[in-house]
Design a protein around this ligand. Structure first.
Ligand code: FES
Ligand code: FE2
Length: 384
């Protein structure tokens, strides 16, 4: 993030009371519990938000070498992204053209030359072209259709990879970022290397994962024994189209506003900057690493969450590796030990039917903005 931008954001903190919230949404928002519990609404979200638009799938560093691949489930559509020998990316449906078996699982760091179906061994080139059907004789001579893998549109920019789960029409990454690329482009994300990913499933609606990170109002209560002593109770919030960008701050950031001339102010050493890539991801910039949260809705009340950590360079030795592992441990201790269990209890309460609605207050502007945007996108789709 450019220096002038950091100073500009810090100016918003001049005169704030570190113990009180300072940023407000224009109005509070009441959301029906059904937004989290209704299977019909969930089906609509999967179609409108997850399937009919390009989705963020990962960082360039996860899929850098020829033959490296990523898999994802986007609005229930199984997808593979494979780095080609010429450096380009190809996205395809991760299902064999014979009987539909899943071709690849997880991810691969590089060197894959062929995609081989685990069911009957049909073999595809890394660009999805069918090259072999072992021991079939003339058994498929009369099929009369291409059996290459179905293609999907993929785009890569600023180190970010997006895929359209239901279209092969080219699209532009910047259009998915709504202006956040001005900040994201500065981080050099393309150079970050993947260190580790941990995956868990939770009994809560997918939106609860994002809700967890949209406000700092809960920090002083829910996290009173962990992070509360070190962090301010509010976030710097900006909207990039439907997506919030929020910045959490260490309390010590306030001191420099008093102690240093403005030209020396810095934001990054004191902050955690969160870029929401609604619906499926949250990218978090910390001074020495990137965290990535990727979510896959499994059902209206169940979600798979993958948490990854990326470093500016590959860990040199075991000590460096332990440092990153420890980072991930601490992060998950708070979210998996305090946040997500709370969200699971909320989900249960909403599912009870006893609570018709919940409220996002004016002091939770990113939460208000995100849900307003989601609700508007669904309303626009149903009007059309
Ligand atoms: S399903 Fe893939 S080879 Fe039969
Ligand atoms: Fe939290």
């Amino acid at each position: 993030m450019r220096r002038e931008r950091q100073i500009e954001l810090l100016e918003r903190l001049v005169g704030v009371d570190p113990d009180l919230p300072w940023s407000y949404a224009p109005a509070s928002l009441r959301n029906p519990a059904a937004a989290y519990t209704d299977p019909r609404r969930f089906a609509e979200e999967m179609r409108v938000l997850f399937r009919e638009r390009p989705q963020f799938v990962g960082l360039t560093g996860e899929c850098a070498q020829p033959g490296a691949y990523l898999t994802a489930t986007l609005g229930n559509v199984p997808i593979i992204v494979v780095r080609q020998a010429d450096g380009s990316l190809r996205a395809m449906v991760n299902a064999c053209r014979h009987r539909g078996a899943t071709l690849l699982e997880g991810s691969g760091k590089g060197g894959m030359r062929r995609i081989v179906c685990p069911y009957h061994g049909w073999t595809y080139d890394t660009d999805g072209k069918l090259v072999q059907q072992p021991a079939t004789g003339h058994g498929f001579d009369d099929v009369g259709m291409s059996c290459d893998l179905h293609r999907r549109a993929v785009a890569e920019k600023h180190g970010l990879i997006f895929v359209h789960p239901s279209s092969a029409e080219p699209f532009d990454v910047d259009a998915q970022l709504y202006g956040a690329q001005d900040e994201l482009a500065d981080y050099g994300l393309a150079d970050y290397v993947h260190v580790e990913t941990r995956v868990n499933q939770w009994n809560m609606n997918w939106k609860m994962v994002l809700d967890t990170f949209t406000e700092a109002y809960h920090i002083r209560w829910l996290h009173k024994n962990t992070i509360a002593p070190h962090f301010l109770c509010d976030l710097i919030f900006d909207a990039y189209g439907p997506n919030p960008r929020t910045i959490g701050l260490r309390k010590s950031v306030i001191d420099q506003l008093r102690d240093k001339p403005k030209s020396e102010w810095t934001l990054l050493p004191y902050s955690t900057t969160q870029y929401f890539l609604v619906p499926g991801a949250l990218l978090v910039y910390q001074l020495d690493h990137i965290e990535l949260w990727r979510l896959t809705p499994l059902d209206v009340g169940r979600v798979r969450v993958a948490t990854s950590i990326f470093a500016p360079e590959p860990p040199k030795d075991e000590k460096a590796q332990r440092y990153w592992t420890r980072n991930l441990d601490i992060l998950l201790q708070v979210t998996e030990g305090e946040d997500f269990p709370q969200m699971e209890r909320i989900q249960k309460n909403l599912e009870s039917g006893a609570l018709p609605e919940i409220v996002y207050g004016r002091i939770e502007p990113a939460l208000v903005h995100m849900h307003r945007s989601i609700n508007e996108a669904l309303a626009a789709a149903s009007a059309a």
